[in-house]
Ligand binder design. Structure first.
Ligand code: NAD
Length: 490
């Protein structure tokens, strides 16, 4: 049976930039947007350059003067209307996500709910950006710490969660009173453009939210304009660590504020006292969601020797039963990978692991009969630290299992990486639980839980997984600065 990936509102498929409140084709060449399940072209968008980037920045800078002064309650009302519209168009947006990104339709629709939860939450927080009144050390003084929006924000997003990544950045920016220029991922610009259309319908004023699309090749031409211009006061980026480092270096000359949500290499530890069924379910949720293309995906699975065989057998059984197919088939649980580069990386990691002694317990090959970008959900036994899959993010449906003997050894292995985004472990020993949670060098820790992100929780990494947080009051603070106001004797 096949589910329809058509939209009831065809005008939500936009194929232009949105600058200063207007859809504009621009003068640039075009970039095809394709469905990764079939390779079919959905539509094309502008392959923009410096001209469009500058126009978007001029509009955002002009709009900042007025948007920052809009009362918080009014900003909150606009953001709430945006949330309502996003939820009202959940089916269309879910279909669009599945069409351009490939995830199963249920996951596409789920991502819309998840994205909306951030829009709603930050809309509510817009009215609670309280400052402080500080007790003065001398009489006659009043000392205040006031919160102000940082200014124009440049948002650069990845392809794996095309709606959620936009919502997590743009909703707090608007709530804080910032204006935005955005460059969405080249593989998945359509969801972002649809969200911008709904923001426009919700009453976000012209110039407050601007979006410019570009190919990977032309992206530096767009982003460099924003990096070099002192009017951009903050960069918010989710993507790979090398690009994050490049943005940090290039922001130094104008000392922009930065939020960098970068790559991970998450450990997932199953102790001998774990509930094994719960650990298998937790790994299935954390690892195989979005086909393993999630930055918080467990990348290295450490299993205690005494439970290794039982855990591996249960896991391999469940993974082998996953149904792989296009989003248009409602039975699909794993869709295609985003593009051929992604499949090649997965294939390279599995071949490297097998060459170094790992054993394929299930999967381990491309599924070419389904299309060009499919890879079988895979479990590897006998993985170790020499293998590429233990050092680099595989970003695909591959779970490499490594055996361990004691707690100190596994913590050392878990932390033996430059990355530090998420870490997971399963144990029922309360002393061990807090010891291990303290010892893991990650920004996020899951204890007996595989699904961690929530709008009210701070999401982000340490070490080379970046800095800054998304979600929660910390995620709003990243769009604000603190102004100290001191009033002397009147
Ligand atoms: P990527 O870094 O290649 O691309 C991300 C964005 O950066 C895209 O919009 C891309 O066009 C842009 N970009 C690429 N080169 C650029 C340049 N020179 N200057 C400015 N912008 C440039 O990452 P990706 O492959 O799209 O996404 C996968 C990566 O993102 C993974 O490493 C994953 O872990 C990470 N990620 C992290 C989080 C998180 O919250 N920490 C969430 C999702 C994805």
């Amino acid at each position: 049976m096949s589910a329809s990936l058509t939209l009831t509102r065809a005008d939500l498929i936009r194929s232009a930039n949105f600058i200063a409140g207007l859809w504009s084709e621009g003068t640039s060449t075009r970039l095809d947007v394709t469905n990764p399940a079939t390779g079919a072209v959905i539509t094309s968008v502008p392959d923009s350059g410096a001209v469009e980037a500058r126009a978007a920045l001029d509009a955002a800078h002009a709009a900042f003067a007025t948007w920052r002064k809009v009362p918080a309650k009014q900003r909150a009302a606009i953001i709430k209307r945006w949330n309502d519209l996003v939820l009202a168009h959940q089916d269309d947006l879910g279909a669009l996500i599945s069409m351009e990104q490939g995830k199963p339709l249920a996951e596409g629709k789920g991502e819309v709910t998840y994205a909306a939860s951030y829009i709603e939450w930050f809309g509510e927080e817009a009215t609670r950006m309280n400052g402080e009144v500080i007790p003065a050390p001398v009489s006659g003084r009043r000392m205040l710490a006031l919160k102000e929006p940082v200014g124009v924000v440049a948002a650069i997003t990845p392809w794996n969660f095309p709606a959620a990544m936009i919502a997590r950045k743009i909703a707090p920016a608007l709530a804080a009173g910032c204006t935005v220029v955005c460059k969405p991922a080249e593989d998945t610009p359509l969801t972002s453009l649809a969200l911008v259309q709904l923001a426009h319908e919700a009453g976000v004023p012209a110039g407050v939210l601007n979006i410019v699309t570009a190919s990977r090749q032309n992206t530096p031409a767009v982003v460099d304009v924003w990096l070099d211009d002192g009017r951009v006061r903050k960069i918010t980026f989710t993507g790979s660590t090398p690009v994050g480092k490049h943005l940090a270096r290039r922001s130094a000359d104008t000392l922009k504020k930065l939020s960098l949500e970068l790559g991970g290499n998450a450990p997932f530890i199953v102790f001998d006292d774990a509930d094994l069924d719960a650990a298998v379910d937790g790994l299935m949720a954390a690892k195989f969601r979005n086909g393993g293309q999630t930055c918080v995906c467990p990348n290295r699975v450490f299993v205690h020797r005494s439970v290794f065989d039982a855990f591996a057998a249960k896991l391999a059984g469940k993974v082998a039963a996953l149904k792989v197919g296009p989003a248009s088939d409602p039975a699909s649980q794993i869709g295609p990978m985003i593009n051929d580069r992604a499949v090649e990386k997965i294939e390279r990691h599995v071949q490297d692991a097998v060459a170094k002694g790992a054993k394929v317990l299930t999967g381990g090959q491309r599924l070419t009969h389904l299309g060009p970008n499919y890879y079988a959900p895979t479990v590897l036994g006998g993985a170790d630290a020499r293998m590429a899959c233990a050092c680099e993010e595989t970003f695909g449906p591959v779970a490499p299992l490594t055996v361990f003997d004691d707690e100190a050894e596994v913590i050392a292995q878990a932390n033996d990486t430059p990355f530090g985004l998420a870490g997971y472990f399963y144990s029922q020993n309360v002393r061990r639980i807090w010891r291990v949670a303290d010892a893991l060098e990650t920004g996020i820790v899951g204890i007996n839980e595989g699904a961690l992100a929530a709008e009210a929780a701070p999401f982000g990494g340490v070490k080379e997984s970046g800095y800054g947080r998304e979600g929660s009051t910390h995620g709003l603070d990243d769009y604000l600065h603190t102004k100290y106001v001191c009033q002397g004797q009147l």
